[in-house]
Design a protein around this ligand. Structure first.
Ligand code: ZN
Length: 197
């Protein structure tokens, strides 16, 4: 074999190796995106699981909502659940508030993008001894030296809720949710939490 032929063969081998490596990297990226749940946006053909329509709060969330109301009451705090399940249309209307309709912007989630749409979130407010519903995070009506709002949050966390006030980019202080480890993308694709804990 002369030198130029050998060089040609080396080149071929090298390009084959590059292809194998590139294919491998792309496969890894594909699997990673699929697990992350982002692939739907890039890959419209990904099958969406059939899921029964959601019409109310998830039973486990409803049960913990009741527990939260009782536990806070025992501490002398009355809470009001201002939002629970929200349909996709109701969510869209809320998203438009402060954008295409009047009012302040209250959410960054469109229909199908909020845990409320899957019956997995509730919003609370406080009822004062005078009977007013307030979103006051400082008041201490049970006079134990702790802000009532944060007492509610603490009890909610004990029950397994995550608190919207912990979100760095768009804190949502009245918001409590139970996501069962499911991302919004997974819920959108039809994944559902078990009916019991
Ligand atoms: Zn909420």
């Amino acid at each position: 074999m002369n030198t130029s032929k050998r060089k040609g063969k080396q080149k071929k081998n090298r390009s084959l190796k590059t292809w194998i490596v590139a294919t491998l990297i792309l496969s890894i990226i594909y699997v990673w995106l699929q697990q992350k749940g982002d692939i739907d946006n890039m890959w419209p053909g990904t099958p969406i699981q059939d899921a029964a329509p959601i019409t109310g709060l998830h039973p486990v969330v409803a049960e913990n909502e009741e527990l939260l109301i009782r536990k806070t009451a025992r501490r002398g705090i009355e809470i009001v659940i201002t939002h629970g399940y929200r349909s996709s249309d109701e969510q869209d209307a809320l998203f438009n508030q402060g954008r295409s309709s009047a009012g302040n912007i209250v959410t960054n989630a469109r229909g199908g993008e909020s845990y409320h749409n899957y019956g997995l979130a509730i919003d609370f407010a406080l009822r004062t001894p005078e009977g007013d519903v307030v979103w006051d995070m400082e008041r201490d009506d049970n006079k134990n030296g702790q802000a009532d709002w944060m007492e509610v949050v603490e009890l909610a966390k004990e029950l397994g809720f995550t608190w919207g006030g912990d979100w760095a980019n768009f804190p949502d202080y009245p918001h409590l949710q139970m996501d069962f480890g499911l991302s919004i993308n997974e819920l959108k694709r039809g994944k559902r939490p078990p009916e019991t804990k």
